[in-house]
Design a binder for this molecule. Structure first.
Ligand code: DGL
Length: 268
């Protein structure tokens, strides 16, 4: 099974990307809705939560886990990969969403200047910056935390004029910098991609994270047949949440763009 973990609903945008590209596999989704948002929490807390989620998904039989949450990818993933995994699950893998997007960003022709929008914790972690500079040391990065976007998307205010106004306010400083590309560094922002593209204009390439992350997993599984062989292919999807199962079903269907049959509530 492929496990997809997020602080809440947002990771369903990433799961959507996988279902489009790799529909044959079995998936298990875990949303830690009871403790979200992660975006304003400290590194220690985010690491502790991510570790618990990883334990849960591996114990349920996942062979590989994708940390779909940008905040957890930024603040906890490296430590999980370097310390926790080798000691506890040496055969299994945990991947994140930051490096795949960074790798695609630096491939854009003549790219000089990148914008990043995300939660505060992801901005503060500096992870995108560090990874971008590793591959393209001269690249310029302009960052903008957008803390209001997660609650607006979760409230379903996607097409409201108020949301567009707030988006414009957040994006204006990046537009003024004449960025060449924009990274959507948060699970929820792909839901707003149409408006973001429209505001940024044709010149700016807006990176479609769920699509990129899914393409990278296709590639990863080709290169790691020892893991691919262990994955079941029955097209089943199991959903877990740490909060109200009805709400994950209702709100989750909007993020996923398809029906969610059942959700189980668990405690981490
Ligand atoms: N999933 C988070 C992220 O991608 C956004 C929601 C949260 O703050 O928990 O950063």
């Amino acid at each position: 099974m492929i496990g997809v973990f997020d602080s809440g609903f947002g990771g369903l945008t990433i799961l959507r990307g996988y279902l489009d590209k790799l529909p044959e596999y079995d998936y298990m989704y875990l949303g830690d809705n009871a403790r979200m948002p992660y975006g304003n929490k400290s590194q220690d807390v985010i690491y502790g939560y991510t570790k618990e989620a990883v334990d849960f998904l591996f114990k349920k039989g996942c062979e590989i886990i994708i940390v779909a949450c940008n905040t957890a990818s930024a603040k906890a993933l490296r430590k999980i990969q370097e310390d926790y995994l080798p000691k506890n699950y040496p055969e299994k893998r945990v991947l994140g969403v930051i490096i795949p997007v960074v790798e695609d960003t630096v491939k854009i022709k003549n790219i000089k200047c990148v914008g990043l929008i995300s939660t505060r914790a992801t901005i503060e972690s500096g992870t995108y910056e560090v990874e971008l500079k590793k591959l393209a040391p001269d690249i310029k990065i302009y960052k903008q935390a957008c803390p209001l976007l997660v609650p607006l998307v979760e409230e379903g205010w996607v097409k409201r004029p108020e949301t567009k106004k707030i988006l414009k306010k957040y994006l204006r400083p990046l537009k003024d910098r004449n960025i060449d590309a924009l990274i959507l560094g948060c699970t929820h922002y792909p839901v707003l991609i149409k408006d973001i593209k429209q505001i940024m204009g044709k010149r700016v390439r807006v990176l479609d994270s769920p699509k990129i992350v899914a393409e990278k997993l296709v590639d990863y599984l080709k290169r790691h047949s020892e893991i691919e062989k262990r994955l079941k292919k029955n097209k089943s999807i199991t959903f877990y949440t740490t909060d109200d199962e009805k709400r994950l079903k209702e709100v989750g269907e909007k993020f996923l763009g398809e029906k969610i049959d059942s959700v189980k509530k668990i405690e981490l």
